[in-house]
Design a binder for this molecule. Structure first.
Ligand code: ADP
Length: 430
């Protein structure tokens, strides 16, 4: 094939690079790795940039986050260029070393926030206001930038891929359209792993349904066992009131067991919908706490119930809300191993929203771990602690609360403890 001019040569070079990039993408596990892989190829195509970064509009916080792919000028960004790493460094290590978040700097720059939020077209910014702001954001001696929109699978969240150069001489402005096309193609390819992730997740969900069935049946059985074992103690056998209370607990748990079995057998059409009915959340909280107190795992814990001394009438699916409380309380117990730990359950309502907060003094989670369990589900606990679990409880808790137009929130500190707050409207307006 005879090449007509420089631009044909460039197209061929680009096509070859894109093929290599596609091959590399096959080895990537997540978007961060894809970006790092892309940045390596961009250097060949678009010259010696100093900085490569992805600015992402984070709808959860309403701020732009910057994911640094390369920036040797800001140690907090990873502080290395991929060329500083040995040639055979695997992608995972490169990603670990290079991909760092720097949220703060953009958050404070209102002008830059606006420019990124409103801009749509690819840009070439050299020695102008935008380039000065971008240089401040990257903390690098860059005077010239390329930027193009990074397409995300979800249309509501925008992102920019940005390359920063030392001077305008290092960036060939005529390559901007190619840069834009390459960024668009790469970003579209990048959504492929998230599709794979989606399919994986569907598979996990169907497994989770099976596990949940086992979990749903296990809970009332554990409670029945707890009551029955306590009934064997001499002082309980003698105390008639206590005995009656425990027998009631056993009967109620048996009813629940039958309910669970009925629900599994009866086909669920069109997905699960809550069965709304009025009930007293305070009474329910007393029952759940009482039942948990009698389980083996809570023997060395104190469970304190607050805010339940007067009725709190709500309209919700009682069985499912009960499950939510049981899950959060049993997690509070499980993840605060050792003696003398307190789990505090606080119920209340304000502005038409009912809240159940469960606070423990246990092992806690890091910010990343908490984000993972809330967003992806699964387990983050250190296996060596030997704490049993399936990693599906929080997921079903969120499903239940979402179906009630509510939500699950949490804060946690490693070694200090965790607070989970389940919220749902006191009344369901149709
Ligand atoms: P599991 O069956 O594993 O307990 P969950 O879905 O209820 O599953 O919780 C998911 C993960 O979140 C747990 O495996 C654990 O790593 C973490 N987790 C949940 N609750 C707590 C808590 N109160 N304290 C610390 N970690 C927790």
């Amino acid at each position: 094939m005879k090449l007509g001019d420089d631009s044909d040569q460039l197209k061929l070079e680009t096509a070859e690079r894109m093929l290599e990039l596609i091959r590399d993408l096959g080895e990537c596990h997540d978007a961060r790795q894809i970006l790092v892989a892309a940045a390596r190829h961009f250097r060949v195509l678009f010259g010696e940039f100093l900085v490569a970064a992805l600015a992402i509009d984070d709808p959860r916080t309403d701020h732009w986050r910057v994911l640094a792919l390369e920036n040797p000028y800001a140690p907090s960004w990873g502080g290395v260029s991929h060329r500083a790493l040995p040639r055979d460094t695997d992608l995972e290590t490169i990603t670990h070393q290079l991909g760092k978040d720097v949220t703060g700097r953009v958050r404070n720059d209102f002008a830059l926030n606006q420019a990124l939020a409103q801009g749509k077209e690819p840009f070439y910014a050299a020695d102008n206001v935008l380039s000065v702001h971008l240089a401040a954001m990257t903390n690098a001696p860059c005077r010239c930038f390329f930027g193009a929109r990074w397409k995300r699978p979800t249309a509501d969240a925008a992102a920019w891929l940005i390359l920063g150069y030392a001077s305008a001489d290092d960036a060939d402005q005529t390559r901007l359209p190619l840069f834009a096309t390459t960024v668009e193609t790469t970003s579209r390819l990048a959504s492929y792993p998230s599709l794979v992730h989606f399919v994986d997740r569907q598979e996990k969900i169907s497994q989770s349904i099976r596990r949940n069935i086992v979990h749903d049946l296990k809970t009332p059985i554990t409670v029945i066992k707890g009551y029955a074992e306590t009934l064997q103690h001499a002082e309980v056998i003698e105390d008639e009131i206590m005995r009656a209370e425990f027998v009631d607990g056993i009967v109620e748990s048996c009813d629940r067991l039958l309910d669970e079995i009925r629900e599994i057998i009866e086909p669920v059409e069109g997905g699960w919908r809550p069965s709304f009915a009025e009930f007293d959340l305070a009474t329910l909280a007393h029952k759940v706490v009482m039942a948990e107190k009698h389980t083996e795992r809570s023997r060395h814990h104190e469970i304190v119930l607050e805010g339940a001394d007067q009725p709190l009438i709500v309209e919700a699916d009682m069985r499912k809300i009960r499950r939510v409380m049981e899950n959060l309380i049993s997690n509070g117990i499980k993840y605060s191993p050792g003696m003398g730990n307190t789990v505090t359950v606080t119920i209340g309502s304000s502005d038409g929203v009912a809240r159940v907060a469960v606070r423990d003094e246990g092992i806690g989670m890091t910010v990343d771990q908490l984000e993972k369990v809330l967003e992806e589900g699964g387990r983050v606990v250190d296996q060596s602690l030997g704490i049993e679990g399936s990693g599906f409880g929080l997921n079903s808790t969120q499903i239940v609360l979402n179906a009630h137009k509510g939500k699950l929130e949490a804060t946690s500190q490693p070694g200090r403890g965790t607070v989970f707050v389940a919220e749902f409207p006191v009344r369901q307006t149709t």
